[in-house]
Design a protein around this ligand. Sequence first.
Ligand SMILES: *Cc1c(COP(=O)(O)O)cnc(C)c1O
Length: 424
Amino acid sequence: MTHPAWLASGLEHIWLPYAQMKTAPRPTAVERTDGSRIRLADGRELIDGVGSWWTSVHGYNHPKLLAAARAQLEPMPHVMLGGLVHEQACRLAARLAALTPGDLSRVFLSESGSVAVEVAMKIAVQYWRNAHGARRTKFVSFKGGYHGDTFATMSVCDPEEGMHALFAGALAEQHVIDLPSTPEDEAQLDALLARHGDIAAIIVEPLIQGAGGMRMHDAGVLQALRRLADRHDALLIFDEIFTGFGRTGALFAADRAGVAPDIMTLGKALTGGVTPLAATLASERVYSAFHDEDPGKALMHGPTYTGHAVGCAVANASLDLFDEEPRLEQALRLERQFEAALAPLRDTPGVRDARWLGAVAAVEMDRDFSIDAARAWFIDQGVFVRPLGRVIYLTPAFTIAEADLDRLIGAVVDCVSWLNSAPR
Ligand SMILES: *Cc1c(COP(=O)(O)O)cnc(C)c1O
């Protein structure tokens, strides 16, 4: 197999995410992407089952998204939003306010999901300061949850599974508890909220906890959180960075669940995977605590690239695609195909659980296996699939061709047999 020259020289210097650079297998060099295909530098082509961390919902290189980026580059790649503003950011804010549930009507733009969650947490804390002169600085979050890699967001991730145990002493202590799926859990959370008057907000990934292993819960859990937040006057934050933009088969998981939050974060598929961009939305009630004669009540946050013009132009084009093409029906078509193909795995030895929702499918094995070996095995089958712990999952583009999806699902089913037969 031939490797391009830039790979060997670059690997001496690049530091890759969540990778033991000394022992990890050499990363696979990519030359081009197109639709649901990844073309490798050695000429092979893979069917993509992941969508680049769940971003490329329209497939790679969608011509409308590329055209929107090109059209924005020429007149103005970007201009700072400090004292200035531009059309694409204004149009995007108005559209997101209209599309999202409830009265989420104020949109703060940033450049990564972690920052969007940081902003949500700052908004929650400052809300209590501004509106009530109260020091409410703590958060309730859930085991299995993932909200980002920065310090505040790490504090609300699952402390064991969240890949952040190393930083334990450096993180703020939060209440990280089980999702309330039974009346007893709900009573416990009720008591916790009653006991601690300093809780600013509850933060949750609605319907699917993504990075924690594609763990799914039903709408009843979110209805319980809404009830408890209202009873104790805490804010409810939905982190829809993974679930937003059709992933669950509705535009937002909040829509599918019929529950509206006070603050919502968006990222990942916001630009269909073309440029980095994220957003934090606040309800009228939350925003009204900042809208004041007092300059000290302004939101104290401002990333250099907030409202990046090319990013906003691409996000607007991505929203157009949701209008013009049947994305949500496509996501639900994936859900039906996943159900038909994966339901039988529930009775297969070695499989703890098989589950699906919208354009997400997950097969959880009952013991550990080598993720590197599995990834290499998938590449030999001509597909790109990257398990999370014991969970083999698919999050393809909603536009994936039927035959490609069949091959992805077939590879997952075959992988289960392969893992069952492999020596451990
Ligand atoms: C990916 C993710 C984040 C972090 O987003 P980054 O863009 O990686 O900073 C936060 N919350 C959820 C639910 C995510 O899936």
